[in-house]
Design a protein around this ligand. Structure first.
Ligand code: GTP
Ligand code: MG
Length: 456
């Protein structure tokens, strides 16, 4: 067992309960010096994994809290080591004090992710499951949480291991042919082997495709709010966010720089970019703003084209809508200032042949639900698809394996001697081994666990 570490596992805010974790050599005797069960028994003598009520005492024996404590004995714990959890009252001061007392009794502060790192090193979790823990804690949308929770069970590793095993079989076949060329062995049927390699590649590619599609649901859909000056773009941004993020005035050309914020709308996470109104201008600052608006449009996956509902669709609007249309991206026609126009006028404005249109009022909030619904229809979050990769590291490793397998397949098709393709298959396996953590370098492990918060 490794040296004893301790950390506060809950957030640094006042709350009902705050949890301190201890793991490693001597966790239970260390906790017993700080935690005195009400029963009068020494902590750690009874059955593990039960909650015991008792007092938390400082170095002088003064009671500083009343808490519940539980211990687990190696290897039956999260980390695979002896562990203790103290469920104290959630006062940051009391928790810090308790931690300090544990340090006096030999524990040291755990580093970020150190508990989960130990779980990984002790074989309690594979790397993708450990990452799922971090992804779950980081999840910003229900879809991201569901995805990470699913991966806690290890489905990704099972799929990757199946591909890995298949490649191991093939590699064995290759080896026999390369190492014993003079033996009277059945010649390698290249097309057959190439087909199996291509099958493995296909499995990985499908998983990657799902990941690419899912990116928008996990990180937010890049959404550009565009329109003429004074159309009501910044007001729309503020209304969607629920607070005054961008400056709003009745002077056309108020917004110069792009303003970016993330907001949850219905089941979708949007990465909204409010932009400068598009118009020809001689103002050097505004010109740059307009250039940025166009860039935001290029980078967006969804465009909200805002037209001033009180003015109707002008010649400039038509030009702008044409520009939006030419991007080929999904877009929504948003007629603004609905509170200022009577319904029929707004609807008249809306009927512009857009793929989807809605009239909104940033002032009253009217129409925002409808806008959320329209976006939901364009981006049906996750739509029942199982996504296996949850982060860029995993996808990059799988992508590397795909590249190696492609080279191997092409090599075979070109009639190469087997040792070329053989080394490519080995490289593909090594990439997959990195993915699940089967063979992974120390510095990569360090990088992965540095993503975690302290106490996890
Ligand atoms: N009554 C009413 N006024 C609105 C609404 N939305 C915007 N306005 C007004 O319209 C004017 C322009 O709004 P902005 O949100 O600054 O417009 P913009 O498109 O960001 O303008 P630029 O940044 O100049 O391109 C302001 O006076 C807003 O108060 C709305 O829904 N109702
Ligand atoms: Mg603005």
């Amino acid at each position: 067992m490794e040296e004893l570490i301790a950390a506060i596992a809950t957030g640094p805010v006042k709350s009902a309960v705050g949890v301190i974790r201890l793991s490693g050599e001597g966790a239970i005797p260390c906790a017993a010096k700080v935690f005195r069960p009400k029963s009068g028994k020494v902590f750690g003598m009874g059955a593990p994994r039960r909650l015991t009520l008792g007092d938390v005492v400082d170095g002088e024996g003064t009671v500083i809290d009343q808490a519940l404590a539980t211990f687990s004995i190696a290897p039956n714990s999260y980390t695979g080591e002896d562990t203790v959890e103290l469920h104290c009252h959630g006062s940051p001061t009391v928790l810090a004090l308790t931690l300090e007392v544990l340090f006096q009794h030999g524990a040291r502060q755990a580093r970020a992710g150190e508990f989960t790192r130990r779980a990984f090193l002790n074989g309690k979790l594979d790397l993708t499951q450990a990452e799922a823990v971090a992804d779950l804690i980081d999840a910003q949308t229900p879809a991201a949480a569901v995805r990470a929770a699913g991966q806690l069970g290890g489905e990704l590793s099972r799929r990757i291991e199946a591909v890995y095993d298949d490649l191991t079989d093939l590699l064995a076949h290759f080896h026999v042919l390369v190492d014993y060329p003079d033996e009277d062995l059945e010649p390698m049927d290249s097309p057959q082997i190439a087909a199996r390699l291509a099958g493995a590649r296909e499995t990985l590619e499908q998983m990657l495709e799902g990941y690419r599609r899912s990116g928008q649901y996990l990180r937010g859909i890049p959404t550009a709010i565009v329109g003429l000056p004074n159309a009501g773009k910044s007001s729309l941004l503020n209304a969607l966010l629920g607070y005054d993020r961008a400056i709003v005035t009745d002077i056309p050309g108020t917004t110069r720089d792009t303003v970016e914020e993330t907001c949850q709308l219905g089941r979708n996470l949007l990465r909204l970019t409010d932009t400068a109104g598009l118009r020809d201008t001689h103002d050097a600052v505004e010109q740059q703003g307009v250039a940025r608006s166009r860039r935001a449009m290029e980078e967006a996956a969804l465009i909200l084209a805002v037209v001033d509902g009180t003015r109707g669709v002008t010649e400039e609007d038509v030009q702008l809508l044409r520009e939006v249309e030419e991007t080929g991206k999904p877009w929504i026609f948003v007629a603004s200032k609905k509170d200022l126009v009577n319904g029929s006028r707004a609807i008249g404005v809306v009927g512009s042949g857009a793929p989807s249109s809605v009239a909104v009022s940033a002032k009253t909030g009217e129409g925002l639900d409808e806008l959320a619904k329209e976006i939901g229809a364009l981006f049906p979050a996750g739509a029942g698809e199982t996504v296996y990769f949850t982060n860029a590291r995993q996808a990059a490793a799988a992508g590397e394996a795909v590249e190696c397998l492609t080279r191997a397949v092409e090599g075979l098709a070109a009639g190469m001697a087997p040792d070329g393709p053989l080394s490519d298959v080995e490289l593909a396996m090594s990439a997959l081994g990195e993915l699940t953590g089967r063979n992974i370098q120390e510095d990569v492990v360090d990088r992965i666990f540095s993503r975690f918060c302290v106490g996890k």
